[in-house]
Ligand binder design. Structure first.
Ligand SMILES: C[S@@+](CC[C@H](N)C(=O)[O-])C[C@H]1O[C@@H](n2cnc3c(N)ncnc32)[C@H](O)[C@@H]1O
Ligand SMILES: [Zn+2]
Length: 269
């Protein structure tokens, strides 16, 4: 069986033409266990297959425990309706970046669905990407959304799911007919957890307005449903969200509300 590093080298070869150096914007070439530009800026590929373009985020919140729980929850069926809606928005034969990919499940789902997509998962949380790289379905960049090592006009889709955005970068790297698919929370998202810890509803107005100012929104849809939980799934769901990070007491919930907005946007013309 191929090592993770060898698999990563194969995945990176497939997207090499659109990778650029985050320091000088020159093209990057694979050089053994690294990618390198003509100015000798060198970014190593770790044994787990991550290309290290930046220093990882401090993992006090987004740590291995959170991402392990997130992986279990994202593969449990709870988010299947969300996946179905996302898949309807994507066409085969495309290049897709998940900006804020976390533990990579969204890209795994997409790669299973389409026969010819090239996928890149970018995040600053090393522990998330190391879990993502177990599936070896994408190239994984440990990199900052504010300095994405991809060429101008190179992507068909950017997914940006419950993650921060950098619209200047998204605008630069999207093709003119490319789409940003952004998922944001609506008021009732995970309301059972919020109620249990007396946290007020999550408002998405700022996030929405900010996106509307920067890009042309071409469609949006709300996806809202309840999902029943057994004890194990409830435990993982509580662990997977940064909301409960500081909570000591036990939380008991037997169902969860998913309430998300999926927005498709294009570059402003
Ligand atoms: C709530 S998680 C969502 C992860 C995944 N999209 C999901 O829905 O499971 C937000 C992600 O954004 C990442 N993130 C935050 N700031 C970032 C930055 N400046 N550059 C890259 N990733 C960032 C975090 O590390 C985290 O993985
Ligand atoms: Zn360089």
């Amino acid at each position: 069986m191929k090592s993770k590093l060898a698999n990563a080298q194969d995945n990176i070869s497939a997207i090499k033409d659109i990778m650029i150096c985050p320091i000088c914007s020159m093209a990057l070439n694979i050089d053994a266990a690294a990618v390198k530009c003509a100015n000798n800026h060198t970014f190593n590929i770790s044994k787990k297959g991550l290309v290290n373009f930046a220093s990882p985020l401090n993992d006090k919140i987004y740590n291995k425990e959170l991402f392990t729980a997130r992986k279990i929850v994202l593969n449990s069926g709870i988010y299947d309706q969300v996946y179905k809606e996302l898949i309807k928005l994507i066409k085969d034969n495309s290049i897709i970046l998940d900006a804020g990919a976390g533990e990579g499940t969204y890209l795994d789902v997409i790669v299973r669905e389409f026969s010819n997509v090239k996928t890149i998962g970018l995040d600053l949380a090393k522990s998330g990407l190391e879990i993502a790289s177990d599936c070896q379905t994408a190239s994984y960049f440990l990199a900052d959304l504010a300095n994405i090592p991809l060429a101008d006009n190179s992507l068909d889709y950017i997914l940006n799911i419950l993650s921060p955005a950098n619209y200047a970068e998204f605008d630069r790297i999207l093709k003119n007919d490319g789409c940003l698919i952004k998922v944001i929370v609506n008021d009732n998202y995970l309301k059972e957890i919020r109620n249990a810890i007396n946290k007020t509803e999550e408002r998405n107005d700022n996030v929405y307005n900010n996106l509307a100012e920067q890009m042309d929104i071409i469609s949006e849809s709300d996806i809202t449903y309840e999902y029943p939980l057994d004890h194990d799934l409830a435990t993982n769901l509580i662990k997977m969200t940064p909301m409960t990070n500081h909570i000591q007491e036990q939380i008991f919930i037997d169902k969860i509300t998913i309430d998300l907005k999926i927005i498709v946007a294009r570059k402003k013309v």
